[in-house]
Design a protein around this ligand. Structure first.
Ligand SMILES: CC(C)(COP(=O)(O)OP(=O)(O)OC[C@H]1O[C@@H](n2cnc3c(N)ncnc32)[C@H](O)[C@@H]1OP(=O)(O)O)[C@@H](O)C(=O)NCCC(=O)NCCS
Length: 286
């Protein structure tokens, strides 16, 4: 593992130091996560209902723990004195074939304290995370998602050479289009059967929820149209309805660049909102 006891060059007054670690560092990033949540809410949260302020950190830290359990991951925490001023949380991900056969590092979170933004810290943390991912996993590509409406982050990533690869649409509830109305009972056995049966039109997986930012059901459907399948709202609803009946009413649909461009309009007319945009860049190897 590299020595990341380094300090950011050209930083203001007191030196900024970065610590590399795992779940033991997570409690220290809570204020920064909450500032990101507020930033997302201020940006409109993609027009969807958000979790109450008190609920989102417990849900977020649970998600971070699941990430560390499921794949290699690390967090970089930047401090100025005792103050945590930024962090990046990253994990090793599957290759994205259209870009490179090499491993991907997904940046799950990148946040800089509001009063420290625009001084180079975010760019530096991103590069430190990439250097660590090269060292640990031989990463060749960086991937991350930006919430619709987070214009400042979009500008930052575009300047950093990221290219848009796809988008993710969310519908929290099929009947209201908005947040699920009341808790739904989850029928795990039925969901397992449905997963095994599969669908002709969609590749479907299930994720533990609820989402930490948006109000969703406790189990989430994550799906992607099968390659080459033309946009078809009726077929989509038919594939999703049994999942909703078994309690997994909230659905994320990922569209990559190979998807039929008509899917966006179809999803929109079926109550989905474009929630996230996926960006990647090839990691520059010096
Ligand atoms: C996005 C974020 C991490 C960037 O960190 P930062 O420390 O502010 O960014 P930097 O100072 O390293 O900026 C690097 C470059 O982006 C540019 N930049 C940063 N913010 C910008 C903005 N709002 N608009 C245009 N350019 C911007 C800088 O000018 C700099 O360009 P340069 O390298 O050509 O000089 C930080 O602004 C942040 O925490 N935002 C809120 C949380 C968030 O949205 N995170 C991303 C979630 S996906």
């Amino acid at each position: 593992m590299r020595d990341v006891e380094s300090s950011i060059p050209n930083s203001a007054s007191e030196a900024i130091e970065v610590e590399l670690g795992g779940t033991e560092l997570l409690p220290s990033v809570r204020p920064l996560w909450e500032s990101l949540f507020e930033h997302h809410v201020a940006g409109g949260a993609a027009g969807l209902a958000v979790q109450p302020q008190g609920d989102n950190w417990p849900l977020r830290i649970a998600r971070y723990h699941r990430i560390f359990e499921q794949q290699p991951a690390f967090v970089l925490v930047a401090r100025q004195g005792k103050l945590v001023v930024g962090y990046a949380l990253a994990y090793a991900d599957e290759p994205i074939e259209e870009i490179s056969e090499g491993p991907v590092v997904t940046i799950e979170s990148l946040v800089v304290l509001p009063e420290m933004r625009g001084q180079g810290l975010g760019g530096w943390l991103l590069e430190e995370a990439e250097a660590e991912a090269i060292e640990q996993w031989g990463a060749e590509v960086t991937a991350l998602e930006v919430m619709t409406g987070n214009e400042s982050a979009l500008k930052f990533y575009e300047r950093a050479g990221f290219v848009e690869q796809g988008e993710t649409w969310l519908r929290p509830d099929p009947t209201t289009g908005g947040a699920p109305q009341g808790a739904r009972d989850i029928d795990d056995d039925r969901l397992e059967v449905l997963l095994e049966e599969g669908s002709e039109i969609l590749a479907i997986g299930l994720e533990e929820g609820p989402d930490d930012t948006w109000v969703t059901s406790d189990v989430l459907v994550g799906c992607q149209p099968e390659p080459g399948y033309a946009a078809d709202g009726a077929a989509l609803e038919a594939a999703l309805a049994p999942f909703a009946a078994a309690g997994a009413s909230s659905v994320f649909v990922a569209l990559d660049r190979a998807a039929d461009p008509a899917w966006g309009e179809t999803l929109s007319s079926h109550g989905f909102k474009k929630a996230l945009r996926l960006f990647t860049r090839l990691i520059a190897i010096d």
